[in-house]
Design a protein around this ligand. Structure first.
Ligand code: FES
Ligand SMILES: [Fe+2]
Length: 460
């Protein structure tokens, strides 16, 4: 069972050495304020009961009190570009049709026929109207009832009661979010301060160029948490340590819904010593899944230039070409660091001018022990050119590795390393006799923050 640890100075724990804020002092352009923010709530050091991740009761409580109340990312706007395009979004037992009902309006309808309850849409697609495949009851794209065969047999039903029930829909940065709670606060307020912090990145103009999805045999929170700390780099992703300031990462919490981690790149891990700038440069170009170049061939570090600056300038040039945007104002941090935000409960996105990575972990139906992991990458297209269509989702089989999704490049093997832990964490939690997990005070503060906000919903 969870126990309360002795009081410690959790809020003050920090790795000695160069912090992210120290690196910002070396920037050659003006540092935007959002990068200067450095605020992590001290939330204590109590153990957390493994029931949070493994118990059916906890999963049921989330289904009843969490998922019906939170804003959740359902798809990208460019997934449904034309009027009548629709996307089926499912969470636990809920099913929603997200549809473009007119050129500038997206609506969400409960995906259940008002006759005998059949799903109205089995999968994504394009329709002129919603016609139930069972007996043919029909609704228009605004959810108004159009009719049912043998109407004479339904004199007891009033058309006005036959409107399709809706969910609340909001958009931010080209993402479509839904909320089952019609009284929910506006999406922008819920996501604060992300809209402000992302103001340098016009995400609504980006397009989804990669989308890989696979079931992972772990609770959705085990998945999400695998991307909330850089502490595991030292054991799980050793190949990136030469260019990753893993233990120098900064962790921030902003209100109940948003947290971020900032992991400096182009600088060696404090776990290592004696790494040359040349080694940092070579390894980051070859092994980081987020670098614009995937090879160090022919790249020479000019005298007196740090790897961090060299890589930032390389990315700057390539990102400028991709976007047609002048990026002379971009900081080295924004051009290469892992600046990863999460919006409660399960949406995560990297800051960036090109190639932003997005993660989403959703419960896999009604199973507490598995989840659906989505990886998306957002890209730029040159100003004045037509936005490329969003790619369809590439669904991997449960036995396929992420490396088999070739479009992920160097990211694939990194996800495979994470994937070597996620199901094993779930399995190990089920076997645990301690019955609780003990979190690091600072480096795992985002995980504690996630659970603190979950508690807010479950105890409401
Ligand atoms: S269940 Fe939909 S028309 Fe009968
Ligand atoms: Fe990882």
């Amino acid at each position: 069972m969870a126990k309360t640890n002795n009081p410690q100075q959790g809020g003050n724990a920090r790795c000695p050495g160069t912090s992210f804020q120290d690196l910002l002092d070396l920037e050659e352009v003006e540092v935007p304020l959002y990068l200067r923010e450095n605020s992590c709530d001290d939330m204590g050091d109590d153990d957390l009961d493994v029931a949070r991740w493994v118990s059916r009761e906890y999963h049921d409580l989330e289904a009843k009190k969490l998922w019906p109340k939170v804003w959740q990312m359902a798809c990208r706007e460019e997934d449904i570009p034309e009027v009548g395009d629709n996307h089926v979004y499912e969470v636990v037992n809920e099913s929603v049709i997200i549809t473009r009902s007119s050129e500038n309006e997206i609506k969400g309808f409960i995906n259940s026929c008002l006759h005998r309850g059949r799903l109205l849409r089995d999968e994504d697609g394009h329709v002129k109207e919603f016609k139930c495949p069972f007996h043919g009851a029909t609704w228009d794209l605004d959810g108004e009832f159009k009719g049912i065969p043998c109407k004479w047999d339904f004199k007891h039903l009033d058309d006005k009661d036959m409107r399709l029930p809706q969910v609340k829909v909001g958009t931010w940065g080209g993402f479509v979010f839904i909320n089952f709670d019609l009284d929910a606060e506006p999406l922008e307020e819920y996501l604060a301060p992300m809209p402000d912090h992302f103001s340098r990145f016009p995400l609504h103009e980006y397009y989804k160029g990669i989308h890989v999805q696979r079931v992972v045999q772990c609770n959705w929170k085990v998945g999400a948490e695998a991307f909330m700390e850089s502490f595991h780099t030292v054991e799980t992703h050793r190949q990136i340590m030469t260019f990753t300031g893993d233990a120098n990462s900064q962790y921030d919490t902003f209100g109940d819904n948003v947290s971020r981690s900032v992991t400096p790149m182009g600088t060696p891990s404090p776990h290592l010593s004696g790494i040359s700038e040349e080694d940092v440069m070579k390894d980051i170009l070859e092994l980081s899944g987020r670098m614009a170049l995937s090879t160090a061939d022919g790249q020479l570090l000019p005298e007196g230039v740090t790897a961090r600056k060299y890589v930032a300038d390389t990315n700057r040039e390539i990102f400028e070409e991709a976007s047609g945007e002048d990026l002379s104002h971009a900081t080295m941090a924004e051009l290469e660091d892992a600046i990863l935000y999460s919006a409660f409960p399960n949406f995560q996105i990297w800051v960036g001018f090109h190639g932003n990575i997005v993660y989403r972990f959703l419960p896999n139906g009604d199973d507490p022990n598995s989840c659906i992991f989505d990886i998306m990458l957002l890209f730029r297209h040159p100003k004045g050119t037509k936005r490329p269509a969003a790619v369809p989702v590439h669904k991997l089989n449960p036995d396929q590795s992420f490396s088999e999704a070739e479009e992920l490049g160097a990211l694939g093997p990194v996800f495979d390393q994470d994937d070597s832990n996620m199901p094993a964490v779930q399995r190990g939690m089920l076997a645990s006799k301690k019955g609780a997990v003990s979190l690091a005070s600072y480096q795992e503060s985002r995980i504690r923050h996630l659970h603190k906000t979950i508690d807010k919903y479950l105890k409401a």
